[in-house]
Design a protein. Sequence first.
Length: 178
Amino acid sequence: MSDSTKVKAPKPLKTKLNKLKRLSRQLSRKQKGSNNRAKAKAKLSRLHLQISNIRKDALHKLTTGLVSEYDVIAIENLNTKGMMQNRKLSRAISDLGFYEFKRQLVYKANQYGKTVKELDRWFPSSKTCSNCGHLLTKDELPLSVRRWQCPCCQQANDRDVNASINILQHADKVLTHH
């Protein structure tokens, strides 16, 4: 967030992945049509439900907190479909539930009379220094780099906090022009 706080995502899939794999293997070893297969299938579906419920609960708590604390909330319109095509990112992104977060945030903002502003996905929020406005190239700042120092003003930037500050500044500009 723009006040330098980071929200800890619960990542239920990551924490339950080994159990999920184990139950899935057990299910595949059971004979089709047997009672033991039905029990294994029920166990696996209960675990999927538990993972889903943990994610939904965390998202409900986060979105309710954001909507009750802020009058205007700005978020990036991320290309999650494109991000899901990256093998290395897809599991982590699906574990976070971006779409569900956005859906809950929008409906709760409407319910509480607050504003959610979606910013263009092409706005370079991570690559722009929030202090001086210097824009780094894609080669200078790969996704693996989480902390970087601006070559112009020498400010040390955390990628996520810097992006949130840039989103705040960009949202202020957009909202004052409309």
